[in-house]
Design a protein around this ligand. Sequence first.
Ligand code: ADA
Length: 575
Amino acid sequence: MSTRLFKQHVIRRSQSLDGTWEFYFPQEGSTLDPFKLEAAERVCMEVPGCWECLPDRVDYRGEAVAVKRLYLDSACRMRLVFKGISHTARVYVDGQLLTEHHNAYTAFECVTDLLNAGEHEVRVWISNAFGELSALHVPNDYYTYGGITRPVELQVMPLDFWLGELALTTERGKDGKWQLSFLGTLAGRSPRNNQDLSVQLQIAGKDTTVPIKRGVFRGQIVFDDVEAWSPDNAKLYELTATLFHGSEAVDDRVERFGFRQVEVVKGKLLLNGEPVFLMGVNRHEDHPDYGCAIPVALMRKDLELCLQMGCNAVRTSHYPNDERFLDLCDELGILVWEENHARGLFSGSGVEAMVDHPMRHPRFREQCEAVNREMVGQHGNHPSILMWGILNECDSFSEFGRECYAEQFEQIRKLDPSRPVTYASCHQNSDICQDLPDICGWNLYSNWYGDEDVAEALDRLLRSIEKPLRSRPLILSEFGGGAIPGYRDPIRRAKWSEERQADILAECLEVYLNHPKVVGVFIWQFCDIRVDPSWAMRRPRTMNNKGIVDEHRRPKLAFETVKRMFRERKSGGVE
Ligand code: ADA
């Protein structure tokens, strides 16, 4: 149960591989052969974890090899599920390369051939190096850590086929009854003859059995009396799918979901048919003691602090999050803008800056396409995810960039037609893509990166996207200002003081929480985070200091400001 907050299998045997692994680091200046580690430095490290949490590896950018020995008590195929390795991995079992994966923020798996009972070894080559292999992991205004940063699970596969993906979508019919649509697949070497295969689905006291045709099973189930999922009633249901081979139950998979529907209708964002206003924060997975390998207890603390502020939403800036965090959002009724992995970079300003934009990296499109496919396929059943976001502040003002946005929106809409799509732009007056998403998202830093009046800046924005806004709602996806924790300046309220940050947020929220076109706000950002050293000149402490709480989750003055204004908005009266 280490990879999720609920038990996903009863018949299929699974065990966590979290815990102590051996890590090997190369001598300075040498490369690492995963099978010639004699000269490498050996340390033990906890998984999930980041090697930057080792005292003498705080800035290490490079490669390492991780080794875990395990014992199988019977012959079987072993399925290994890695929920996240930062940022590139090659996985070997008993010396044989089984798979490789690029990107820290999506899961991947591999399956061995039939293995004998006894001792076996998993060996993983890992790199968090920057370079031509990675278009998305680049020196940025957040930190790319290194290690096996999310949980690992071993599953025993008795047959050479098993239950694979299982996509669930819910909608409410005109008769007010909730309908669950399911689409599942067999994975592995599914037998040619599917006639003696079937799947039993058990949900909310209903029991349905469906056949499998060419490795796929699908259908709809209508329910008379289930409770809708919403922030006020985060009602979750478990679906147990059992694979039968004839009359024998050979595999199973439990999925958790909620009956909820999200739509954009006439410029409004609707949840279960009712307008919803998102009051949220942007959150990076980052902590000085854990790096990006955030333990569940800290995820829960972060979300409890968000709820204390009166938040009902979180934006996973700027990548798909640890699935256990999404499980918590499902349980706590917190609405999520989940985002693919991209954060625009500018070497200057304006169109010429895009010449070296990561979008033009030769691997950019393929790496984004993979993250989109994995993000939607792996996280699509979470009721808390209301929308899919892509390409934060990327090149949305050249024809080339428009082509990238359009192709990714098309890909995601095909993968999941049940949710709206969006992106966050900062290219006022030059953005040419705001007619592509279902929801317009804008990052505005009035009176931080400029001294323009908040209301005037918003009006200027609204004029610049007047046509797309006729049928689309607007979310202020980022705004705020920096505050060095503990720097207090109650008289001058100078820039970087906690007072100044609180003033900026108060001025922004006063305007944004009341505007008829705005359906949501995401403050930048929840907590202070580590950034790449190349950002040090622009980031005191080599941190992004725009957190409402500091990196240790200690509230700054702005915390009370946000809490007061979000709660007033929620109770209906904002001064
Ligand atoms: C951008 C970007 C964020 C962060 C922010 C800031 O809007 O999307 O990742 O860098 O600016 O702090 O300036």
